[in-house]
Design a protein around this ligand. Structure first.
Ligand code: IDP
Ligand code: MG
Length: 149
């Protein structure tokens, strides 16, 4: 079953948007299989954003993501990787569509509230980076027949 890694960044936590954001993925019909609030250390943050290590904003990005608690999550469902990216919206919140999380709640690229894996392979890498297998629950929603035919 397809899974994605999402993280409500420290700005989303400080702004009290944790419940609102989790609610959107629950209401959509995806399954929450991993959830924790943690303050990421430097090493974890650098590994997570490794692909951006040559970019000018890398240092600020790592410093911001480690600056306070974030909510790390794994969500499951057919097509969840691409769908979550659409629910999240464009990287720059000013161009993110209204109705998306970034479109509704953010104005700045460096404070865009939430991370979501950009591809299935990225998701697998990020999930194993943030969650040991023992912290992931294998379970099925009892209402699944009402969500998936
Ligand atoms: P994504 O989060 O939409 O996948 P990426 O391009 O992977 O966007 O960038 C990772 C994060 O780095 C973004 O969410 C944003 O917080 C930050 N970022 C990306 N581009 C810039 C930039 O040009 N200036 C400052 N921060 C940026
Ligand atoms: Mg990205």
């Amino acid at each position: 079953m397809e899974r994605t890694f999402l993280a409500i960044k420290p700005d989303g936590v400080q702004r009290g948007l944790v419940g609102e954001i989790i609610g959107r993925f629950e209401a959509k019909g995806f399954t929450l299989v991993g959830l924790k609030l943690i303050i990421a250390n430097q090493e974890l943050a650098e590994k997570h954003y490794d692909i951006h290590k040559e970019r000018p904003f890398f240092k600020d990005l790592v410093s911001f993501i480690t600056s306070g608690p974030l909510v790390a999550m794994v969500w499951e469902g057919d097509g969840v990787v691409a769908s979550a990216r659409r629910i999240i919206g464009a990287t720059n919140p000013l161009t993110a569509e209204p109705g998306t999380i970034r479109g509704d709640f953010a104005v700045s690229i460096g404070r865009n509230i939430i991370h979501g894996s950009d591809a299935i392979e990225t998701a697998q890498r990020e999930i194993s980076l943030w969650f040991p297998e023992t912290e992931l629950a294998n379970w099925e929603l009892t209402i699944k027949p009402w969500l998936v035919e």
